[in-house]
Ligand binder design. Structure first.
Ligand code: DSN
Length: 421
């Protein structure tokens, strides 16, 4: 049974040794193959990246940096890390790259550590308006250890209020200003943010986790020429392994490296570092650049089609890989919509919309993204079909109807197979 499957011969060993875990791997593969993956922060990484993640590089401790390690035997993993660094610098035109953070949150901890001290003031986008936990949420280290002042979007346009941002910067004199969000469908005006940072003497930090893959594909403008530091994850649109990365101006290189190691992490996960190198090489290809543009075309098509189904696109549409949809017009809240779509094989997430009257656990919205479906090869016609499937799922409480939609989802995904043997 396991002979022909994607995971290869080692999987047979695993399935004999640990049938419980091997069955999780199989059923998760099936879940990814058969459902619609619309979580804006997820993607299907390449087989080459997966092969690297499952390699013996995982066995190696390599505290320190290439050429300056605290353990012997690092000559091979050094080559992988040098490649990842050089590819990151070349792809993004950055002075410096640190490829070791285990995740986006880890990368952000390092940014705080490099530029601030506990108690310092930082200006960042508010979580209810699309920010991230590490941008000052009271339940996160950032909100507990720093004086984070939040800016948001305007109620009329649902776009960042740069006047408010400037006023807050002048009034609070932050050490650092963070731009970047997890549920903001529009582009950030980095030139404006740079000017505000210069006016108040703040470090310009861009948390580019969500959109860096679009930058890599030259589909949207880059924050790198403007920002002092850019942190991001490598597994979203970028389509690499789960992990984090930091780009910085040369003047900040030493501070960033010190903040990552020994400041925040011990040994880097060298299989992931090598996987980041593989993904960055893929990102430099014309195929990837087309992919990045297609992700946006698909997100816009999905957004427009959802509007055609009687839902409202926050900020009037999208310029990126995701759309934030106000679903109050359907009479259903985000939590119920998320659950109904889940029963129908459509994986998305409930999401607060700006000025949401509902609690964060309920919400008035959903967030949909197109990185994964675009990797599968879906295009505008499929986005229109998906919008109709979402709309029907949200509006139905009948398990039989939801099961019927699930069959349609399976029929659609079977035409765009991933990880086939
Ligand atoms: N969890 C990520 C997202 O879904 O946007 C952010 O870290």
């Amino acid at each position: 049974m396991t002979k022909d499957i994607f995971y290869g011969p080692d999987f047979e060993l695993l399935s004999k040794q640990d049938p419980e875990i091997s069955s999780v791997l199989l059923s998760e593969l099936k879940r990814q193959q058969t459902n619609l993956q619309l979580i804006a922060s997820e993607n299907f990484t390449s087989r080459a990246v997966l092969a690297t993640l499952g390699s013996t590089l995982s066995n190696k401790y390599a505290e320190g940096y290439p050429g300056k390690r605290y353990y012997g035997g690092c000559e091979e993993v050094d080559k992988a890390e040098y490649l990842a660094i050089e590819r990151a610098k070349s792809l993004f035109g950055a002075d410096h790259a640190n490829v070791q953070p285990h995740s986006g949150a880890s990368a952000n901890i390092a940014v705080y550590q490099a530029f601030t001290k506990p108690g310092d003031t930082v200006l960042a986008m508010s979580l209810p308006h699309g920010g991230h936990l590490t941008h000052g949420s009271p339940v996160n280290f950032s909100g507990k250890w720093f004086n984070v002042v939040s800016y948001g979007v305007r109620q009329d346009t649902e776009l960042i209020d740069y006047d408010e941002l400037r006023d807050l910067a002048i009034a609070n004199k932050p050490k650092m200003i963070c731009s970047g969000a997890t549920a903001y469908p529009s582009l950030v005006d980095f030139e404006k943010v740079r000017a505000i940072c210069d006016e108040v003497g703040a470090i310009m930090w861009v948390d580019a986790a969500h959109f860096i893959g679009l930058v890599a594909g030259k589909a949207i403008p880059s924050p790198v020429p403007y920002a002092d530091v850019v942190s991001f994850t490598t597994h979203k649109v970028l389509r690499g392994p789960r992990g984090g990365m930091i780009l910085a101006k040369e003047a900040h290189a030493a501070a960033i490296d010190k903040a990552v190691f020994p400041g925040m992490q011990g040994g880097p996960i060298m299989s992931a570092v090598a996987g980041k190198a593989v993904a960055l090489k893929e990102c430099a290809t014309p195929e990837y650049q087309k992919y990045a543009k297609d992700v946006i075309v698909n997100a816009q098509a999905l957004c427009t089609a959802l509007e055609g189904e009687g839902m409202r696109a926050v900020s009037g549409g999208t310029q990126t890989h995701l759309a934030l949809i106000d679903i109050r017009g359907t009479g259903v809240n985000g939590k119920v919509a998320d659950e109904r779509c889940g029963h129908a094989g459509i994986v998305l997430n409930k999401n607060s919309i700006p000025f949401d009257p509902e609690k964060p656990g309920i919400t008035s919205g959903i967030r949909v993204g197109t990185p994964a479906t675009t990797t599968q090869g879906m295009g505008v016609p499929e986005m229109q079909t998906i919008a109709s499937l979402i709309s029907r799922a949200i509006r139905s409480e009948d398990p039989a109807v939801l099961a019927g939609i699930k069959s349609e989802v399976h029929a659609l995904t079977s035409k765009f197979p991933i990880y086939n043997a």
